[in-house]
Design a protein around this ligand. Sequence first.
Ligand SMILES: Nc1nc2c(ncn2[C@@H]2O[C@H](COP(=O)(O)OP(=O)(O)OP(=O)(O)O)[C@@H](O)[C@H]2O)c(=O)[nH]1
Ligand SMILES: [Mg+2]
Length: 460
Amino acid sequence: MPDLHEPTIAAIATPPGPGGIGIIRISGPESKSILTKLFKPRTKLKQLSSHKLYYGWIVPQENSPPLDEVLAVYMKAPSTYTREDVVEIHCHGSFIILKEILSHIFLAGARPAEQGEFTKRAFLNGRIDLTQAEAVIELLNAKTKEGLDIAVNQLRGNLHSEIEEVRDILVGIKAILEVAIDFPEDDVDIIDPDKRKAEIREKVMPVLQQLILNSDRGQIFREGISIVIIGKPNVGKSSLLNALLKKDRAIVTEIPGTTRDTIEEYLNIHGIPIKIVDTAGIRDAEGAVEKIGIQRSKEKLEEADLVLLVLDSSSPLQQEDYDLHQSIGEKQILIVANKNDISKKESFSVNFPHTPTIPLSAKTTEGIKDLEDAIFEQVTDDMSDWDPGCSSAPNIRHKSSLEKTLLACSRIMRGLEENIPADLLAIELQSSLDSLGDIVGYTTTEDVLDKIFAEFCIGK
Ligand SMILES: Nc1nc2c(ncn2[C@@H]2O[C@H](COP(=O)(O)OP(=O)(O)OP(=O)(O)O)[C@@H](O)[C@H]2O)c(=O)[nH]1
Ligand SMILES: [Mg+2]
């Protein structure tokens, strides 16, 4: 149940800058009385009904001129976002008006909400679990439709219910162990180790393993990847950037050394958010500006998840091309055999037999789709059975707790094998339950919670 002694909080819930409407949100026990102090409905009312939108004015003091014409709603706990009494005031979307009204709300008894505090209250009051609170952040930050699907699924509680199913099985085993602790002479019979092992092996570990796998896959759609285009001067790197972006973003000329600085852009390849960086062509440069540009190209190369090495298939390979290929090291790489609209001088699959090569023309854009498919395949590896729309994809924090749970499960399996005493098994079991509890927020420490909610914006 919500704590009636919690202070009432308020914040502007809509983004800064002018807009059609701007919304102020208030949550806490004083919400309704604050609204009644400031809001004058058009028709006189005895009482504000819950979950009903009223038209009227914000009049901060008796006889003062109205500040704004608004729509206001009072929502009685617990059917609200935070499970506390909540008020929303829909004003005109001017930051000055919003700030002015907010200052009167503070004078009337609310305090400014901290980042994510509304969602934190929803979590603390038990309306959502931690995975759902985190899904709200991901929903707000989603860069592609696929990233959004993952967040919405998590918000609907898909991850929560999978974790709960596993927890139920482990809690059941723990109950049996506790009985066995009380009757040590019959403990093997009570525990029935083969049955417990089968439960963990068939119903717990595969679910944990699948969730861990989904975490890596979801990460790609959620966070995206970074691609860097490198190559000698004039091979067509900027032309490739433009072809992928489907717009003339970077300057293209026949003069080697055209691009001096790195150019960062964003694109969406089959649902994966991608940061793509065009770089200065790498060579032994004389000019100071070009030298700095080349240094930056090398730094960007370090940060990349995937490197597109552009080669000019219309002219013979040079030592510089081999050196560049070498400098990419262990990173994922695709060779772009550009300018294949001109007669071919090189077949790179002979020169670089272990690197996938995509022939294309950045100028005519023929082959660009093949490159997009190759990028997708390269970074999704064997994800053909992955559907971001129906799998719950744990984040890195969840993943590390899942891995801890899985380790604890392996230790329990070994313990059951070796018939170790029930009280020792119970300790391992508690540790696996604690790790699972961290994911949904039962046992999460205060500092982890603070870190999670600090990622929110104010007003959410
Ligand atoms: N025929 C043909 N010409 C191309 C192709 N791609 C690029 N070019 C030409 O090659 C020249 C260099 O292209 P850029 O895209 O500026 O090459 P870059 O690698 O970015 O060059 P720097 O920025 O100087 O390192 C330009 O004249 C382009 O029109 C292609 O696929 N076919
Ligand atoms: Mg360029």
